[in-house]
Design a protein around this ligand. Structure first.
Ligand SMILES: C[S@@+](CC[C@H](N)C(=O)[O-])C[C@H]1O[C@@H](n2cnc3c(N)ncnc32)[C@H](O)[C@@H]1O
Length: 215
């Protein structure tokens, strides 16, 4: 059910309520805690614990075997996704910053997932073509430079199998989705690309998560 306020987008999730729900549904084990912590020179910009758990559950629901992630950081969302894959599944995750990629590899190895995740260094637009031979993919998770989201969305539509899922984080663009800026235009185009080829929704996580199932 919804009341008129929640139907209009009002949220009842206070910080204590969110923390309580994380404790119950998405508590960290040692490997997740390690990948959630970043050294001082690396920004703590990974998805939240509930969003990480949501990514994992969506991948399990969609029976994802082969997945691509754009934007690894230090491997927190990659760890969630990789754990959701079957034993013969694989995640290819692209990261622009070599230091982030090195930390991600160490975190994934510490979690026993080193063989299940390939962390590829470079810009998403440059690395994605090299992955096409491994496709078509069951899932693509986009969480990198926002100005390239339209490009990433087109790539996902071309390289997902029918029934495969595309996920795009920061879909509200920190409140700037409707701005007349390169990032705003790219993010709006991403929404429209996904909606044109998928059954889709923008899940109202704190910064919006686009979910599409390719037709
Ligand atoms: C928000 S973080 C990713 C967080 C990660 N998905 C998680 O939740 O654990 C975005 C990452 O994308 C990387 N990045 C930025 N521009 C990129 C590009 N053009 N190609 C690939 N990665 C990029 C950044 O270095 C950063 O590590």
């Amino acid at each position: 059910m919804a009341d008129s306020d929640s139907r209009a987008g009002e949220r009842y999730a206070t910080r204590p309520i969110l923390d309580w729900c994380i404790d119950v549904h998405a508590a960290h084990d040692d490997a997740l805690a390690r990948a959630f912590a970043t050294p001082a020179d690396v920004p703590a910009i990974m998805v939240g614990p509930s969003e990480g758990q949501l990514l994992a559950l969506l991948c399990r629901l969609a029976r994802v075997h082969r997945a691509v992630e754009i934007g690894t950081l230090v491997g927190y969302s990659a760890l969630h996704i990789a754990r959701a894959l079957p034993p013969d599944g694989h995640l290819w995750s692209i990261e622009f910053e070599p230091r982030h990629a090195a930390l991600a590899r160490a975190n994934l190895a510490a979690a026993g997932l080193g063989g299940k995740v390939s962390v590829l260094e470079g810009a998403g637009v440059d690395v994605l073509p090299s992955l096409e031979a491994h496709g078509p993919f069951d899932a693509v998770f986009i969480d990198a430079d926002k100005v390239s989201y339209a490009h990433y969305g087109r790539w996902a539509m071309a390289n997902l199998r029918p029934g495969g899922v595309v996920l795009g984080d920061n879909a509200y663009l920190f409140g700037e989705l409707l701005d007349d800026s390169p990032r705003g235009r790219a993010m709006r185009e991403f929404h429209q690309i996904v909606a044109a080829s998928c059954d889709s929704v923008c899940i109202p996580t704190p910064d919006g998560l686009v979910l599409g199932i390719k037709r």
